[in-house]
Design a protein. Structure first.
Length: 268
């Protein structure tokens, strides 16, 4: 047991090192923000003013941005992960349930700690579209989007076919980018806040995945392959029924033709 614990300790240290390496870009952005680097401030202010003007001039766009911002808010994630955790416990997957909770809650705590330390004020604009409180750097919405969608993918990928994995990954990327844009468009954050949130979220995902992989290896299982999800062997427990393969466009057209009057079987 002593040797086993030592090996697990080494792998945990390596996981923490991976967090440090990925967090280097975050440290660079933080340094430039704290140093008030002119090119970065100019880009932040330009994007803030440009997106704010576009948002105020196009009500439909403002509505979409508000919707994305709401979807990416903490109460929504709380409900989603409460349901996911309950489902995992119901399917007798307590380790995945615990991992999801630690990853989500830990990421939120990390964001608040960094916000408190940096203490950057939110953008100020004339005629704001929405009002927000709290600190600005890094964007909690951006970080939570990366963390939440990444872990939902990692948990449920084993239950998906290749086609559905691609669809789910595409939806996740669109939502993460959309939520980030919404925070700048609503003047809740500067673009650098959103970028920092993305980087910090990615660093947290990598560190947590590496830690989970080390834990699996210590128990005689294969390490995590992100393309296969966290626990491929639990695919049957993750969903009550396999998702059907998305039909190609040609098949959908053939099915539509078969249902038209006068086509196929003429019996009434």
């Amino acid at each position: 047991m002593g040797g086993s614990d030592a090996r697990f300790g080494v792998r945990t240290v390596l996981a923490l090192m991976s967090l440090t390496l990925v967090a280097i870009p975050f440290g660079l952005v933080l340094f430039l923000v704290q140093d008030k680097w002119s090119p970065l401030l100019s880009a932040d202010n330009g994007l803030r003013d440009g997106l704010h003007r576009f948002t105020t001039e196009h009500p439909w766009f403002a509505g979409v941005m508000r919707f994305l911002s709401t979807v990416g808010s903490a109460p929504v994630y709380f409900v989603v992960f409460a349901v996911v955790t309950g489902w995992l416990l119901y399917r007798r997957l307590p380790r995945l349930a615990a991992f999801a909770v630690v990853a989500e809650v830990g990421g939120a705590v990390l964001n608040q700690v960094v916000k408190t330390l940096v203490h950057r004020a939110r953008p100020i604009v004339v005629d704001p579209v929405a009002h927000f409180s709290g600190m600005s750097f890094p964007s909690g919405h951006a970080q939570s989007a990366v963390v939440s969608y990444s872990f939902l993918l990692l948990v449920f990928l084993p239950a998906m076919s290749i086609s559905w994995r691609r669809i789910a990954a595409g939806v996740a990327v669109v939502m993460v980018l959309g939520i980030g844009v919404s925070r700048v468009a609503l003047s809740a954050h500067y673009a650098s806040d959103v970028l920092a949130g993305y980087i910090l979220g990615a660093a947290w995902v990598i560190a947590m995945t590496a830690t989970f992989s080390a834990w699996r290896r210590e128990r005689g299982r294969n390490g995590v392959r992100p393309s296969e999800g966290l626990a491929p062997e639990d695919a049957a427990r993750l969903t009550p029924a396999a998702l059907p393969e998305p039909r190609p466009a040609a098949d959908r057209e053939s099915a539509a033709d078969a249902t038209r009057p006068g086509s196929g079987d003429s019996r009434q």
